[in-house]
Design a protein around this ligand. Structure first.
Ligand code: HEC
Length: 287
């Protein structure tokens, strides 16, 4: 996995030289098609998790999530809401309107909001402050399904980070505090079955029925695990990180996590940090 990371850094450096882009502007990678990122990970690592669905890998270039991303781009640029404003002034961490490589650097601390935010809570912030939507408006309130504005916008923004290395900043004290809190949540056993996230996600090749579970300690597996939004074939919908967290808490028979809560964002801070340096596969396709 180290070789593939080094190789992609080297490739990015070559590309930057050819295009005469100063390497300081090239960032932590460059855009690459999700199917190419996955193929390279499979070529450089032995992993039953990465290779478990040949059909999904074959269908990646025709991923239905690509339509969702396209709809999201239109929504991002459209003047909407009571303020008739687009999201082109929304700062996702890399400056107003900058989407390229923004998602792999989330969650991060935002000065204006005074807290660490993931993509979903940042979008809620921009839609309410810039566009003037109320949190109860369906544009903001509806979080799930390919048809929701939230999934369209998230898929578009995330797709602009495909191939970039996960690189959540750990500079502000709240950024490290959130990651550390997420680590505690990940390893904390609770509920009637005494499950922790770690029970299912810390060894290689563990299965539940036919599903091979990703190991958080194998970063080449974990990068695919946290590559959301992803089109879930079994659900025929594009799903978010928050939806995955909800699903896994349900499997643990523990109370539901609330999107936008510090607990949900802390888990994402921890899981993104665990994939640091590995290239993102966005949008992904999962079973
Ligand atoms: C009882 C076992 C179990 C526990 C405990 C569990 N998960 Fe999962 N997790 C799964 C299964 C099964 C899948 C894959 C679902 C599928 O293939 O449809 C999954 C999928 C995931 C994925 C996406 C990978 C993929 O291929 O879909 C992430 C990320 C994840 N879990 C994180 C967590 C976190 C965070 C927790 C704790 C809040 C947690 N899991 C607790 C069983 C578990």
């Amino acid at each position: 996995m180290r070789t593939s990371t080094l190789a992609s850094v080297a490739l990015a450096a070559v590309a930057a030289t050819t295009l005469h882009i100063p390497s300081s502007m090239a960032g932590a990678g460059q855009w690459r098609a999700p199917e190419d990122v996955l193929t390279e990970l499979i070529e450089t690592n032995e992993s039953d998790y990465l290779t478990q669905s040949e059909q999904n890998i074959m269908m990646m270039p025709d991923n239905a999530a690509l339509w969702t991303a396209e709809d999201g781009e239109a929504l991002f640029r459209e003047k909407r809401g009571p303020n008739q404003a687009s999201l082109e002034t929304c700062d996702l961490g890399k400056g107003p309107g900058v989407v390229e490589g923004a998602y792999v650097e989330l969650p991060r601390f935002f000065e204006d909001a005074g807290r660490v935010m993931d993509l979903e809570s940042r979008l809620v912030y921009c839609m309410t402050t810039i566009q003037g939507f109320s949190p109860d408006d369906p544009e903001v309130f509806k979080r799930h399904g390919s048809g929701s504005d939230m999934m369209k916008l998230q898929t578009y923004i995330a797709s602009k980070s495909s191939g970039y290395a996960w690189n959540p900043p750990m500079e502000h004290p709240l950024e490290t505090a959130m990651r550390d809190a997420g680590e505690v949540l990940f390893y904390r056993r609770a509920g009637t079955s005494d499950f922790a996230c770690a029970t299912c996600h810390t060894s290689t090749g563990k299965r539940i029925r036919a599903s091979v579970l990703p190991n958080i300690n194998a970063s080449h597996e974990w990068t695919k695990a946290i590559s959301w939004p992803a089109y879930r074939v079994g659900q025929q919908d594009v799903r978010s990180s928050n939806h995955r967290i909800r699903g896994c808490y349900w499997q643990m028979r523990q109370p539901q996590s609330i999107p936008g809560s510090d607990a949900a964002i802390a888990l994402m801070s921890f899981w993104t940090d665990a994939a640091r340096g590995e290239p993102a596969i966005l949008p992904d396709k999962k079973r």
